[in-house]
Design a binder for this molecule. Structure first.
Ligand code: PHE
Length: 344
């Protein structure tokens, strides 16, 4: 082949490519053109490259220079076509028209459960009174739930009918008085023991969590509920301090006009023991038990009752929450009815 003929077919190919690529309007045709012009196996460029081998040796250099030039011109034309198509498709409207004046779709946001909100609030109030928050397990052994709390084996509080004992893997007979017996804790007083076993006095803690008792559910009972346990151990702690702490707590949570009353009571782990009532909206309502920690309990955890003493209390969290928010049935808190929960 003559050099002249080769050069002019190069030129013709380029003109053709540039013309076609400047007119292309969709990506499928663009792809077809890419294959036609620069396809690796039988594109036009490839064919011309092969023809170059048939030129006379001295013609190959000028042919090569021209060849490289048109190759990059065609590449450029391809790139330009590609950019042009891309900008076309990004401005093209796809899908239905958006009407920004239509009302939006309301997002239903989740929120924390009223009991969780109450727990956070109680922690905050007690934190201001200098109590730090600790946690304990919900599955307990009889030592922490009873023995260390001065509740002897024959005490009715240990009755299997009044507790959720758990069967232990591998054990066929069940003995609620065995050391290995486990149960869902029936009170958060268990945490008093766990804390005192770990730290030396002074101790000033609260613990909030679930407790379990096999009660029939009604407006005021539920087999699972929450307690706030408080414990203050130091030197010369008095009953008057217990009363002030509970009063400060009650006025912070329920309002400045709350009064507080102690009625004599009995708990194996406190002596003397009281029931704490709050006067609220002209009614005395019992919120829980309290008292001075029994020396036997201090001894059980290795404290010296001659040197330190203190008070403990356990309040019903549901009761507090229900009073504050005017809820009359404890079951409402656990029905998971969104119409109820959305009000908090
Ligand atoms: N644990 C007692 C109960 O569940 C309440 C309580 C706690 C009483 C601490 C005295 C001291 O009824």
């Amino acid at each position: 082949m003559e050099l002249q003929e080769f050069l002019s077919s190069l030129e013709a190919l380029t003109v053709d490519a540039e013309h076609k690529l400047s007119k292309v309007t969709d990506s499928a045709s663009l792809e077809a053109m890419r294959v036609h012009f620069v396809g690796a196996r039988s594109g036009q460029i490839k064919i011309l490259q092969k023809q170059m081998g048939g030129l006379a040796a001295e013609d190959r250099k000028p042919a090569g220079i021209k060849f490289n030039e048109i190759k990059s011109r065609i590449q450029n034309a391809l790139e330009q076509a590609e950019t042009r198509l891309r900008s076309l498709s990004s401005t093209k409207q796809t899908g239905p028209m958006l009407d920004p004046t239509l009302p939006g779709i309301r997002q239903h946001l989740g929120r924390t459960h009223p009991i969780t909100q109450t727990i956070e609030h109680l922690k905050e109030i007690m934190g201001r009174l200098g109590f730090s928050v600790v946690e304990g397990p919900e599955v307990e052994d009889t030592w922490h739930n009873f023995v260390a709390l001065n509740i002897p084996e024959d005490h009715p509080a240990r009755d299997p009918l009044d507790n959720f004992y758990l069967s232990v893997a591998g054990q066929t007979t069940f003995d609620s008085s065995a050391d290995t017996a486990c149960l869902l804790r029936s009170q958060t007083s268990t945490v008093q023991i766990r804390v005192m076993e770990e730290v030396r006095p002074p101790v000033r803690i609260i613990s909030l969590g679930r407790v379990y008792r096999p009660d029939e559910a009604d407006a005021t009972h539920f087999p699972m509920f929450h307690q706030m346990e408080g414990l203050w151990i130091d030197q010369n702690v008095t009953m008057a301090q217990l009363k002030s702490v509970l009063r400060m707590f009650a006025t912070s949570y329920l309002g400045a006009d709350v009064h507080i009353r102690f009625r004599p009571s009995f708990f194996p782990f406190t002596e003397p023991s009281v029931e704490a009532d709050f006067l609220w909206n002209d009614n005395w309502v019992e919120f829980g038990g309290a008292g001075m920690v029994d020396p036997n309990v201090l001894q059980a955890v290795g404290y010296d009752p001659e040197k330190v003493n203190g008070f403990a209390f356990g309040l019903g969290v549901e009761r507090l929450c229900m009073r504050r928010h005017g809820v009359h049935d404890i079951r409402d808190l656990y029905r998971n009815d969104l119409r109820f929960l959305h009000q908090f």
